[in-house]
Design a protein around this ligand. Structure first.
Ligand code: UDP
Length: 495
């Protein structure tokens, strides 16, 4: 109705694929409530986001409008030399270069609509700070002591905003969207949380690797800054649901003392057989010929490239396992910002001699060197396992499609997600422990894990558990807890 149209949603993603995907999916869902959604990005990131959509068609959602921002250095950056900018790294620069264009856009939208609802990736909090200062977003400025590594100190000195409690300005509200699992977002060092954790989760948590070991130092500094900024958000949105992380959602709500909306999984949980990529991508005609649950899908997401030695071991391991596989073998996207147009086309990886020919001749595998339609592949009945780096999107997509995982964490939140998948939910097995992350994973080890996941009673039990979880999750999204959360969030923002 007309009332609904008076509210505009502005989505501010961080420009990396794993961050774009859940927010694209959130846009799709909000659009299905007939809300106008402005999806911000650069022209290249927006083009790529559309190109890489999996499982749905942008044309079916006419209320989503992609807005191309033109990156510009803010005034406060002009005194910063190129060398310092370089040291700060693309992770920071991409956010800063979009700061001013985002502010301008928000000002424009908020003058047109009764209410502007900004949903921003928690990683982008910084991009919004100047807007907050100007009062566009509705939160009073606050002081942040940015203690960052020396190369960035000079740069960030210009950003000392005075942070006070959140005070809303009439027409714009800001919601923080987390692209990580609730399990990862939760601080387990909090004493109350420790006490409330049920057994055996408490014991499992005690063995978690410290965050400092899983993120690089730049990211750790960034997380510290984010922590300081977090309190000004009234609520958080999470790509998860009670069926997957119920206990952790409750604990996080208690920790943050405010509403945490668990509105996921945001990816489509049912894939229509008629979607265009299913018809066009050649892996599907190969998959169609395979037996039920007989193929393992191997992919390490968009941010990871394995070493040449590791690629060799993986190739031999897969071959020796004598299980069918689809292997997405592509280089990682370069990190951040307007550099996102880095789809590696036909990257020339040195696979073991004769490997590709043997795989093709025997018909045992399919190697994809470009972008794969992952969600649709996982939804295919022939897929019976997923060897993954355990990025949160991959985990939640695997759960949605009822596919057990072989977890091979590489960085960031992945070791924690691995614990959630293998020890808490018990829907996957570990390829290599985080403690051994610097070691090459041997072909023999990979062969063993693949056989175990695809052909053992243990693998079968994991498949049974994840199928059960998947059907609970599907119900939750269609007509259960997750759907209610989404309805309630939409009712809240359109009130
Ligand atoms: N993805 C895809 N095709 C690929 C590689 C990745 O569709 O060839 C998608 C995948 O379905 C997921 C996202 O890209 O939605 C990767 O996010 P994830 O959190 O799993 O890992 P990241 O790329 O952030 O490390």
């Amino acid at each position: 109705n007309e009332e609904t149209y008076q509210v505009a949603i502005v989505i501010v993603p961080y420009l990396e694929q794993g961050h774009l995907n859940p927010l694209l999916n959130l846009s799709r869902i909000l659009s299905s409530y007939k809300l106008p959604v402005f999806f911000l990005g650069t022209s290249t990131s927006n083009r790529q986001a559309k190109f890489r959509l999996s499982g749905w068609d942008i044309l079916d959602f006419p209320t989503i409008r992609f807005h191309d921002l033109v990156p510009v250095p803010p005034d406060s950056c002009s005194s910063v030399s190129a060398a310092v900018m370089e040291k700060i790294g693309s992770f920071f620069t991409s956010i800063l270069l979009l700061r001013e264009p985002i502010r301008e856009f928000l000002q424009e939208v908020s003058s047109t609509y009764r209410r502007t609802v900004v949903i921003n990736d928690s990683v982008c909090s910084k991009a919004l700070f100047p807007s907050i200062r100007e009062g566009v977003i509705g939160i009073k400025p606050f002081s942040i002591s940015v203690e960052i590594m020396s190369s960035r100190t000079k740069f960030c000195a210009g950003m000392s905003w005075v942070v006070q409690d959140a005070v809303s300005i009439p027409n714009t509200e800001c919601y923080c969207f987390h692209t990580i699992s609730v399990f990862t977002a939760l601080s387990f060092s909090c004493e109350t949380t420790k006490k409330l954790l049920p057994s055996p989760v408490a014991e499992i948590i005690a063995e978690l690797p410290p965050r400092e070991n899983t993120f690089d130092s730049e990211t750790i500094e960034y997380i510290k800054m984010q922590r300081e900024s977090r309190n000004f958000y009234s609520v958080g949105l999470h790509n998860s649901c009670k069926e997957i992380e119920g206990v952790f959602i409750d604990l996080l709500e208690e920790q943050r003392e405010n509403k945490q909306w668990a509105i996921g999984p945001l990816n489509p949980v049912k894939i229509s057989k008629k979607k265009s990529s299913e018809q066009t991508h050649e892996c599907f005609s190969w998959l169609d010929k395979q037996d039920l649950n007989s193929v393992i899908y191997v992919s390490f997401g968009s941010t990871t490239t394995l070493s040449k030695e590791q690629i060799n071991e993986l190739a031999f391991g897969l071959e020796q396992s004598e299980q069918k596989f689809i292997w997405v073998l592509r280089g990682a996207d370069k990190k951040g910002g307007d550099n996102i147009e880095n789809v590696e086309r036909g990257s020339n990886f040195d696979l073991p001699e004769g490997f590709e020919e043997r795989i093709k001749d025997k018909g045992v595998g399919f190697i994809e060197k470009n972008w794969a339609p992952q969600l649709e592949i996982l939804a295919h009945g022939s897929i019976g396992g997923f060897m993954s780096h355990c990025g949160w999107n991959s985990c939640i997509e695997s759960i949605s499609m009822g596919v057990p995982m072989a977890a091979w964490p590489i960085h960031s939140d992945q070791p924690r997600n691995t614990v959630l998948i293998t020890k808490v939910l018990k829907i996957g097995i570990i390829v290599r422990d985080w403690e051994n992350r610097d070691e090459l994973v041997s072909a023999a080890k990979i062969e063993n894990v693949v056989r175990n996941l695809m052909g053992s009673a243990e693998g079968e039990e994991l498949r049974r558990r994840v199928t059960e979880l998947s059907s609970a999750v599907k119900k939750s999204v269609m007509n259960g807890a997750s759907r209610k959360e989404m309805d309630s969030f939409v009712a809240h923002i359109t009130r």
